[in-house]
Design a binder for this molecule. Structure first.
Ligand code: AHR
Length: 509
């Protein structure tokens, strides 16, 4: 197929917030225990943190990490995780029916995040927790010294405050499965008061209020309207969550969920605008898409297992093994986040290690990259700077979740710091190669600096501990700069990252 597209230097969507490539780690399954932390593992440091896992995390250039949950946070007492480890209580985690030993708490996790070079984004418990707990948590983490909670932190060996800037006001409070589930009105009130109290301590922090758990909830999108009407002026972001899958084995429909997600973002954007207008508010509220990923391969089995088991400690849970099709999907979804970066400022892949994650850490064994690691890494490394609007003229298809879906899914970013234009393209066609001509106006193009491609695999092919690199990007061919045009041949079912070096003397700053 022939495909044409155009970008212009002056048609920007937005500056991309680096936190678009954030991640999430929850106390569940083997994400923390035997994921990032496994004392006795050959790759563990003196604190028990696995250095092999840490290196794979560092290579992703993750800017921020949401912690400690998730559903877990709604019955979690942060005070259980501080002080002498031998004295910490073992608790029943009601969300995942598991044993929580509390050997990792805020200070250990703070150490890990520092070693990984990642900023923490903390969630407070608004299920069983109170406003007072949240207030004390902030004083413990963020106040320098001279008060009960800050001095307690110092006695725990942490002299300097963490100065955490991002605070999530609970988790999925619309979900009947949530411990302490609330109505939109109740939750909006509590979120408002909690946010006000946290900001009274430090007005420079940012708070994230819970939107719907997904766009199929019966209360969506009314939940967002009601919640925002209660707290609009006192919050900075509203969260979106969505997990994806291809249970019906319909690849084109699966890929159509990228467009469906765009509609979800647009609907919440409209709701934000409506509430802002109704309240005559001056402040802006943005979207924090703080849980997204593919989650379907063994979702039903896991659900049944959790119901049946008897409080295991760090059980293997939600350990999805991702295939090539999932990697293509994730590449396209990240394109959608780039295209919506005027609204979506933070997005967290859920999760980071073992639990629905790009990194798998075998207990006592190796750490390896899943297929989805690669598109996430390439977007995180190269998708910084500003997003440019792309006009695409390519053949389209209709599917169950969307109509007029372009076979070519394209996002373009410009990073003036390194004088690079990056073109991310997913060719969703099942068997047709695309001949793309991308017109680029307002830049002086030098040459193709990098071309990585993922293609040519069986859709269900996966990586594994024995074949960890079976599916990984390779150098691409068939992309060239011709004057003001990028020409590229894009095989069927392929994901490409093409970086174009710009002439920096001709670049406007
Ligand atoms: O990421 C797994 C779970 O999915 C989280 O705990 C919850 O917030 C969501 O339902």
């Amino acid at each position: 197929m022939k495909a044409y597209a155009a970008v212009h230097r002056d048609f920007r969507i937005s500056r991309i917030d680096d936190r678009l490539y954030a991640a999430f780690l929850e106390h569940m399954g083997r994400a923390i225990y035997s994921g990032i932390y496994e004392p006795g593992h050959p790759a563990a440091d003196g604190q028990g943190f696995r250095q092999d896992v840490l290196q794979l995390v560092r290579d992703l250039n993750v800017p921020a990490i949401r912690y400690p949950g998730g559903n877990f946070v709604s019955a979690y007492d942060w005070k259980d995780g501080i002080g002498a480890r031998a004295e910490r209580p073992v608790r029943l985690d009601l969300a995942w029916r598991s044993l929580e030993t509390n050997q990792i708490g805020i200070n250990e996790f703070g150490d890990w995040a520092r070693m990984a070079g990642i900023e923490m984004m903390l969630a407070v418990n608004l299920g069983t927790g109170t406003l007072q707990d949240a207030r004390e948590f902030m004083e413990y983490t963020n106040h320098p010294a001279g008060t009960q909670w800050s001095d307690l932190r110092r006695t725990h060996g942490v002299e300097k405050p963490y100065n955490v800037k991002m605070w999530c006001l609970g988790n999925e409070m619309d979900g009947p499965w949530q411990v302490g589930h609330r109505t939109a009105h109740d939750y909006g009130r509590v979120a408002d008061e909690t946010s006000k109290a946290l900001k009274a301590f430090d007005p420079s922090i940012e708070t994230i209020v819970c939107g719907s758990s997904n766009d199929e909830m019966p209360t969506y999108p009314e939940w967002e309207r009601v919640v925002l009407e209660e707290c609009y002026e006192n919050v900075d972001y509203i969260s979106l969550h969505k997990y994806f899958g291809n249970n019906s084995r319909d690849t084109l429909n699966y890929f159509g969920k990228i467009e469906q997600t765009g509609r979800y973002i647009q609907a919440i954007g409209g709701t934000i605008d409506y509430v802002k207008a109704k309240k005559r508010a001056k402040n802006d509220v943005y979207i924090c898409f703080d849980e997204w990923n593919v989650w379907y391969h063994q979702r039903a089995e896991d659900k049944a297992r959790v119901k049946a088991w008897d409080w295991p400690e760090a059980p293997a849970l939600l350990e999805e093994t991702y295939n090539f099709e999932d990697a293509l999907f994730v590449g396209g979804l990240l394109n959608e986040f780039i295209r919506r970066s005027d609204r979506v400022k933070i997005a967290c892949i859920a999760q980071l290690v073992n639990v629905i994650a790009p990194i798998r850490a075998e207990r006592g064994g190796p750490a390896w990259r899943q297929t989805i690691y690669w598109p996430y890494q390439m977007a995180s490394l190269y998708g910084r700077g500003e997003a440019l609007a792309v006009q695409v003229d390519a053949p389209t298809y209709d599917c169950r979740v969307a109509d007029d879906v372009s076979y070519l899914d394209i996002a373009v970013t410009h990073d003036p710091k390194v004088h690079m234009l990056t073109v991310f393209v997913l060719n969703r066609h099942l068997n047709d190669t695309a001949e793309l001509e991308l017109d680029i106006t307002g830049f002086s193009l030098r040459a193709v600096a990098l071309h990585k491609v993922m293609e040519g695999h069986e859709l269900r092919a996966t990586n594994s501990p024995d074949a960890p690199d079976r599916i990984a990007p390779v150098d691409g061919a068939g992309a060239a700069v011709d004057g003001r045009q990028l020409r590229a041949r894009l095989g069927p079912l392929s994901y490409h990252v093409i970086r174009l070096q710009l002439d920096e003397t001709a670049e406007r700053t």
